[in-house]
Design a binder for this molecule. Structure first.
Ligand code: SF4
Length: 323
């Protein structure tokens, strides 16, 4: 059996608000094997970024278990957790705001290199920075450039080099390409994939765009209002999506062929409140298949094929139950 690098069990993150308790992440469970990629997909506000930050404990989870190489991250002190950050790194969406505008490319990447403690002299650190620039495809002539002198793609390459500098086992990529032009997006996705093949590390790839995770993910978890509604190997999810929400997301992906179209499933209805949510399917107000049972209790995740889980009352072996 493949070895799990990360196991997240029953993760919850609630925020106290003046209107009640906001259930940002509500009982999420998943596993990530070494060298693999898990895509986490959903609309803005579904809890996907909060999940990523909770795994690193950049945000303290309300409850749950986070096992990294079998070690329970929830039991670590802040100091011990900081030392784990060499193993788990995050690549942010907006490369511009995650870089210090006063630091050159050299200074930004060198910061991560120093963290490893492996490179004692200035020359050794600089040589490692040059090596990392080469790995992520940044020309050496840019070594003294500042972030504002570079385009979005190059800035994101610095972000990736910084994450790589500490030699992580897991990179959490939070919308790493959504601020970039489509052609640059493809370059960065290819780079991330090449690096995975070369260096064997694992990714959690967080995005609102299902099309983006298709090629990079081994497994995909679809989130809706803090919960997992479907999880499956990537190929299976695209071939046989089961949950009405996943189907709607997939229907919005353009087909890369002139004149080809897809029947778009438009989601109507209001989005349920994540504040003190009622015991009902959180998608019920937007779902074309909603029935009484959907308003009466929240569906649990269940396996419908090997490795393929959905949370829906009205899915059976033949598909969605029609009225
Ligand atoms: Fe739709 Fe009901 Fe399934 Fe929720 S449980 S997705 S409302 S059919």
């Amino acid at each position: 059996m493949a070895e799990s690098l990360l196991e997240v069990k029953n993760l919850k993150k609630y925020f106290k608000t003046s209107r009640g308790m906001l259930h940002a992440v509500d009982d999420i469970t998943f596993k990530l094997e070494r060298g693999k990629t898990l895509g986490i997909v959903g609309e803005s506000g579904c809890g996907k970024s909060t999940t990523g930050r909770c795994v690193m404990r950049l945000i303290e989870p309300t409850s749950g278990e986070i096992l990294f190489e079998g070690k329970d991250l929830m039991s670590l002190s802040k100091r011990e957790m900081r030392s784990m950050r060499g193993d788990i790194q995050i690549v942010f969406q907006d490369p511009f705001s995650s870089l210090d505008p006063r630091s050159t490319v050299m200074q930004s990447i060198a910061e991560g290199v120093k963290v490893t403690g492996k490179y004692g002299t200035r020359q050794a650190i600089e040589a490692r920075v040059v090596e990392l620039m080469d790995t992520v495809g940044l020309a050496q002539r840019l070594i003294n450039a500042y972030p504002h002198e570079l385009d979005g793609g190059r800035r994101q390459r610095i972000g990736i080099a910084r994450a790589l500098a500490v030699e992580p086992k897991l990179s959490i990529c939070d919308e790493p390409v959504s601020a970039l032009d489509v052609s640059i997006q493809a370059q960065i996705l290819n780079l991330l994939q090449d690096l995975q093949h070369q260096l064997g590390f694992s990714y959690i790839f967080i995005t609102h765009d299902l099309a983006v995770v298709n090629h990079i993910s081994d497994d995909i978890m679809v989130m809706y209002l803090g919960q997992t509604v479907e999880m499956a190997p990537s190929e299976e999810l695209f071939r046989a999506p089961a949950h009405p929400y996943t189907k709607a997301l997939l229907s919005a992906i353009p087909i890369p062929k002139v004149g080809a179209t897809r029947d778009r499933i438009l989601l109507k209805g209001e989005i349920s409140s994540p504040i003190d949510p009622e015991d009902a399917c959180r998608f019920s107000k937007r779902c074309n298949y909603a029935a009484d049972v959907c308003h009466a209790s929240c569906p649990k995740l269940r396996e419908i094929a090997p490795g393929h889980l959905i949370a829906c009352h009205r899915f059976d072996i033949n598909g969605m139950i029609e009225d």
